[in-house]
Design a protein around this ligand. Structure first.
Ligand SMILES: Nc1ncnc2c1ncn2[C@@H]1O[C@H](COP(=O)(O)OP(=O)(O)OP(=O)(O)O)[C@@H](O)[C@H]1O
Ligand SMILES: [Mg+2]
Length: 313
C-alpha cells in the first residue's frame, strides 16, 4: 500500500458504521477526578491543541480543558495562538485592551497581557482582524515563545490554542511544546488534515509522538474507531506514534456554554462534556513523559525548572 492508497483507505473507512456503544456513556466517565494538588511540579507542562482542520473544536477544548485543570486547583495559562483571529477572549467573555501584537511591538511584557478568566484560568489574548498578526514570521513567533521565559513564575500548565492549517505559526508552536494534541472529529477532512499535520511535524520537526483527542463523538467506541483509522495510516507511513488520549462527546451544553462565554465545567459541571473534560484533565495531569523530541529547536520555557520549593512530582 502506498501513501495515497493509505489515505484512500482511511477515507473509505469513514463510511464504516461506528461500533455500538462499547464503553460507558459520557455520564459515567468522571467521578472522583483530579485529586490532591501537588505543591510543586518540575516543569511547566506545555500542550498545544491543534488538528489541521478548522472548526473541529480546538479552541473549545483548549478553553474547557484549561478551565477543568484550573478548577481542580492547577495553575493554568492559555495562550491564544490563533494570532490573527483570536477566539479565546470571546469564548471567555474577556475584553482585552492589549494583546500579542503589543508584545511584538515592544509595548508591554507578556506578564502584563495575562488576564484572569473562568475558574482561575490565565489567558494570554491574541489580536483579531489584523493581517500582520495572521502572518507572523519565524522571528516573531520565536519572540512570543521566548517571552514566556520572562514570566517570574511559570504556571504548572501552558495550553496553546493554535490556528487551523499548517502555517509556520501552527507548526512552530506545536514543535515548541511537550505534548501536541490533535483534535479530530468524525469527518473525512478532519482525519486527512490531522494526518497532513502529523506528517509535517514528523518530517520537518522531528516530532515522534502526538496525542489524539476525539471531539463531538457519541461514545468511546466511536472515538477509538477514529483513532484506529488515523493510527493505521500514520503507523505505516510516518515515523511517529499517535496515542489515543481521550474524547469529548457532542454536547449541546458545551455549545451553550460557548454562547454564554463561559466554561462548561463551571456552568454545567455534570453535563456529559464537562465530565469528559474533567476526565481528560485528570489524564493530562498524568502525562509525565514529555513527547518532545530531543531536537535543537525553540521551545516554551526551554526546559527550565519551575522555581518552587519541595521535591519534584
Ligand atoms: N464537543 C462539542 N459538542 C458540541 N459542540 C461543540 C463541541 N466542540 C466544539 N463545538 C462547537 O463547534 C464549533 C467550533 O468550535 P471551535 O471554535 O472550538 O473550533 P476550532 O477548531 O477552534 O475552529 P477554528 O479552526 O476556526 O479555530 C463551535 O460552535 C463550538 O461550540
Ligand atoms: Mg479556534
Amino acid at each position: 500500500m502506498n501513501q495515497a492508497s493509505g489515505l484512500t483507505q482511511l477515507l473509505a473507512a469513514m463510511v464504516v458504521p461506528p461500533t455500538p456503544t462499547q464503553a460507558s456513556a459520557a455520564g459515567h466517565q468522571a467521578d472522583g477526578l483530579l485529586t490532591a494538588v501537588p505543591t510543586t511540579r518540575r516543569h511547566c507542562q506545555t500542550i498545544a491543541v491543534t488538528g489541521g482542520k478548522g472548526g473541529v473544536g480546538k479552541s473549545t477544548l483548549a478553553v474547557n480543558l484549561g478551565a477543568a485543570l484550573a478548577s481542580a486547583g492547577r495553575e493554568v495559562m492559555l495562550l491564544d495562538a490563533d494570532t490573527g483571529l483570536a477566539n479565546v477572549d470571546v469564548m471567555l467573555g474577556l475584553s482585552p485592551i492589549r494583546h500579542i501584537g503589543h508584545l511584538l511591538d515592544g509595548e508591554c511584557s507578556l506578564e502584563s497581557l495575562v488576564m484572569p478568566a473562568a475558574c482561575g484560568l490565565q489567558v494570554v489574548p491574541a489580536g483579531s482582524g489584523a493581517r500582520r498578526l495572521a502572518q507572523l514570521d519565524s522571528n516573531q513567533l520565536a519572540t512570543i515563545i521566548r517571552a514566556f521565559d520572562e514570566l517570574p513564575r511559570p504556571p504548572e500548565f501552558l495550553l496553546v490554542d493554535t490556528a487551523a492549517g499548517l502555517s509556520d505559526s501552527v507548526t512552530m508552536f506545536a514543535a515548541a511544546v511537550d505534548d501536541v494534541v490533535l483534535v479530530v472529529c468524525d469527518e473525512p477532512a478532519s482525519l486527512t488534515d490531522a494526518y497532513g499535520l502529523a506528517k509535517v511535524l514528523s518530517r520537518d520537526f522531528g516530532v515522534r509522538r502526538l496525542r489524539m483527542v476525539a471531539n463531538m463523538v457519541r461514545n468511546e467506541g466511536e472515538a477509538r474507531l477514529l483513532h484506529q483509522k488515523l493510527a493505521r495510516v500514520s503507523d505505516r507511513f510516518l515515523d511517529l506514534v499517535i496515542e489515543f488520549s481521550g474524547w469529548v462527546p457532542h454536547d449541546e451544553r458545551l455549545r451553550q456554554a460557548i454562547r454564554r462565554q463561559a466554561a462548561v465545567v463551571e456552568l454545567w459541571p455534570s453535563s456529559p462534556s464537562a465530565r469528559a473534560l474533567k476526565k481528560l484533565a485528570e489524564s493530562v495531569d498524568k502525562w509525565v513523559e514529555p513527547g518532545r523530541a530531543g531536537l535543537d529547536r525553540i521551545s516554551f520555557f526551554g526546559g527550565r525548572a519551575v522555581p518552587a520549593g519541595g521535591p519534584p512530582r
